[in-house]
Each structure stands twice: as structure tokens, then as C-alpha cells.
Design a binder for this molecule. Sequence first.
Ligand code: FE2
Length: 264
Amino acid sequence: MVDIHHHLLWGLDDGSKDIETSVAMVKASAEDGVTHIVCTPHANGTYDFVPEANAAKVAELHERLVAEGVTMNIGLGCDFHLSYDNILAAKEDPSRFSVNGLGYLMVEIPDYGVPRGLTETFYELQLVGLTPILTHPERNPTIQNDLPRLAEWMRGGVLLQVTGDSVTGRMGKTAQRIAHELLAKRWVHFLATDAHNVSSRPPRLSEARDAVAKKYGEEYAESLVTTNPLAVFTGKPFEAVEEPIDLYEEYKEKNWFSRIFTRG
Ligand SMILES: [Fe+2]
């Protein structure tokens, strides 16, 4: 499996606190069946985001893992917050924030007060070659009450990542209900751990993968944890294994052509 959302690098944000914790997190991931991890430290007003320093940490971690005989492919991206400064910087240098500099961008939106102009912001990011992946919408209180906004972004090409622990109910009942609503519609493209440590928020993905396989089918589950996220890791396009349900219908109804042809 490929985990594209993981606060693995130590001392940068509210994720891992030291290199020992990071090594333990990698070992836990490997035991769970993960072969690739994308480090996604927060890039926001609270935490400095310096890609060069992050890359140096990846190299240091890699050395430690080799010494301990642990195999893991480690990539680098960020948990991109939609601040004015970040958006400007991403437009100037799109590879700076994207996963392995290859175009997919993990985007987190604020819990409350989601700005109205986000559809345009996503479009502007796409114009410079970035593919936004919205992280854990099922945990966002604004989105939980406004799935049509999510649909609007998705019609524009935004992809969705749901947290594995939301699927299994570890993130609360509402997040679980929304996660399953999205999965049932096949709107989800990725499952990821959003791991922060080895205790309260450990890297746990197989449990969610198995739950999705049981309820929605093996093929869909596999695409969410392996095929699709591997395309992100390597910067390649991918095709959803199943068509999204109820995503374009509402849009079609607004179209004059379909209105004429659905009359009596
Ligand atoms: Fe995160």
C-alpha cells in the first residue's frame, strides 16, 4: 500500500517528535503492509515549510532505516493550507509543494469559514499544472453539512482523500457516516493514514482497506490504497476504477439541452 498523507518527519509540526518516533512509525507502517510513504508536514502559518530542510531529514531517516534493515520508499510533499501566501508561492513554483515535485498537491481546507472563492483557487492551481487532492473532507464540519460544494470542486477535477480511521469509526460517528456516504458514491480516490505518532494517531491503513473491500468490493479498495496513490507518488495519471455516482446528475439537470429532452 501507498500512504500519501503522513506526518512522519520529526520536529516540524504536530507529528513525530524525534527520529526514534519516525523510525517506529515507519516500522509500524511496514508491518501494516505499506511500501511507500509521502511525508506531508504542515505548510501553514504556524509551521515553517522549507523543502530543502525536509529533504535533508528524509535523507537522514533513510540512512537510519538502511542501518536497521528496514525497507521503505519515502517521498516528500506537504499538507498545504490555502493561505494567500501559500497560493502565491505555489503558483510561482508549483513543484515546491506537490508530492515528490510531480504535480499532485495535498490540500487541507479550514474547518470553519471555507472561503467562497475556493472553486476559483482550485482552478488557478490547476492552471499551473497542479492536481489538488482535498484531504479528509469527511472530517471537516463545513463540508459535512454541504456535500454539494464538494461535488462542485470534484466536477472541476479535484480529487478526494479520506482518512482510514474515519472509515473505521475512530474519528467519530459523523466522520464515519460521511466517509461511507462518499465511498458509496465512489467519490473517494485515496485512503491515507494522516498518522502523527505511534500511539494516539498511528499509521493504520489495512483495517480501513479491509472494511472498504468488504462493503464496496476488493477492486475499489485496492485502487484507494495502492493503484491511485502510487500514481500520485510517481506523478502519473490514473483512471478511477468505478464511475462516481450522483456527481453529474444535478449538473445535467441545469443544462437546457437535458431539460428539453426530459420534458414529458
Ligand atoms: Fe495532515
